[in-house]
Design a protein around this ligand. Sequence first.
Ligand SMILES: [Zn+2]
Length: 405
Amino acid sequence: MSDLSKPVQAENNNDSVSSQTQTAPASVRSLRELIDLVSGRNLKSSGAQEESGIAEILPFPFLGLVGQTEMKLALLLSIVNPAVGGVLLIGPRGTGKTTTVRSLIDLLPEVQRSACFYGCMPEDIENGGIDAVCPDCARKYAEGKALTITDRVRLAELPLNAKLEDVIGGLDERAVLHERFRLKRGILSNADQNILYVDEVNLLSDDIIDAILDAAAQGTYTVRRGPISATYKARFIFIGSMNPEEGGLRPQIMDRFGLRIIVSGLSESKDRLEAYRRTSAYKSNPHKLINEFAAETEMVQSELQAARSYISKVELPEEVATQGINLIRNLEIDSLREEITLFEAAKAYAAIDGRFITEMNDLRAVAPMALRLRRSIFMSKYFDERKEEETLLNSALDQHFPQDE
Ligand SMILES: [Zn+2]
């Protein structure tokens, strides 16, 4: 295992790293450097590609994606620290939004999942006593058996034609046939501790997007059907993508995504050429291209896991926080979510840079993705008008009810 798993408190390692290194680098100091390095190098193989003849769909390797640094960074930050509050990718077709999200699959960290249908967890017992879990789990716990299994975070995609019932769950119709009421789980409860991805999120109906955003914000949701109700855990990272040519997103929905990325096509012709080479290499033999990045992919996966495990210990010094708040006030952003997103993203950035202390530069690095599309022109105009009205009102009051000096 690499020694990147432990964050360093101070920067004293000035090893310079060549951006052309072709082997898994031992001298890279942090996950951030590793990603910059691997993404920037040129593909090893060239010339004729042999066909593999394999038709299965494998995700394109994340580290093999050319450019799109901000999109990749935002996705990694949200995995390291789900408190960032999700990511919205905005851009035209063909800019690699969906490919990039799907390419995360091989990097995703491990989590502890309940091994039980009812979702019982050991912390339920720690918080609420033995009656907080089902009888089966209570027995297992008493016998010293594990209630959880180790599993990878998974990527769940919400199909656009999903109905509200599919999303939150509903009555189990087969049980109803036998005159029993039972709820079946929906996509949101199955997304617990996973990533939920919605392409064309701007085309979802309002009731569905509200249900998703409420569940994502609270981490749980309740379904009531007839005489029964159930509360499910739904702690997931929400990633949406949209093409603004196909319709906008209501400002109040937009505000509920933590980070927003404007995705445009690659502008440098050398990048476009490299992207073309990798895409054709992937098309003719996906396994071969994936293997080219396999060693680093494994490293990044374990670094993400480590960063995620110590994110709760990353500190935000008061002077950094104050600077962030001043910035938000200067930009006249009113959303209270703003501080949360900005600070949690900055902490995640410190973590992937291998540090326990958040610095000004971390704020600087994440501020554009946390702040853009936040400033409501409507609201600032509204507040200006209210201020004007208040002045008029006060002068009228002074006129009609003069105060004795
Ligand atoms: Zn149970």
